[in-house]
Ligand binder design. Structure first.
Ligand SMILES: O=C([O-])CC(=O)C(=O)O
Length: 157
């Protein structure tokens, strides 16, 4: 598990070295504070790559999923989230929806997402892994540190 870091304190310490994503994500995982190096998936209403990446060793990383803001399908459910825990991921930040929110809330995983939808995603594998993503105007490069807590999300520039 990653060390507990308070994002407001971190912002006060590091100021403009970190960017804040202003999206009002819901806090949906069992771990409220999480951080780690970023890995990314960019996809649209298709979660095959999310499942594949979270099925590989996370080594404490945080997967940022740029689902392009669609909440019309769920990009992660409890099975994929359990696999993320088993593989050592610190958390997942999804610009999109999850499902199985009650089960996910009990898992030792950080999860932020826009909301939930019981409808599953397509599973064709369309999308990209470990590319730069832009969420709410914030450019996020794979490998930079991301810090999440109930106050929000800070990303290293
Ligand atoms: O299969 C999916 O699309 C996601 C899901 O329900 C799970 O992870 O349990």
């Amino acid at each position: 598990m990653s060390t507990q870091i308070n994002t407001a304190d971190l912002y006060d310490e590091r100021g403009e070295e970190v960017e804040s994503i202003a999206i009002q994500f819901q806090n949906l995982g069992g771990n409220s504070h999480f951080n780690g190096p970023v890995r990314t998936v960019k996809c649209f209403e298709d979660n095959a790559l999310v499942k594949a990446v979270l099925g590989t060793p996370g080594e404490g990383a945080v997967l940022v999923v740029d689902g392009q803001g669609s909440v019309r399908t769920a990009l992660m459910g409890d099975m994929i989230a359990e696999s993320a825990v088993a593989n050592g991921w610190a958390g997942v930040v999804i610009n999109g929806a999850i499902r199985d929110r009650e089960a996910i809330a009990k898992l030792p995983l950080g999860v932020k997402a826009l909301g939930s939808n019981p409808k599953k995603s397509a599973k064709t594998g369309v999308g990209e892994v470990d590319v730069q993503v832009v969420i709410d105007g914030v450019h996020i490069q794979p490998g930079v540190m991301i810090y999440c807590d109930p106050d929000g999300v800070l990303v290293e520039r």
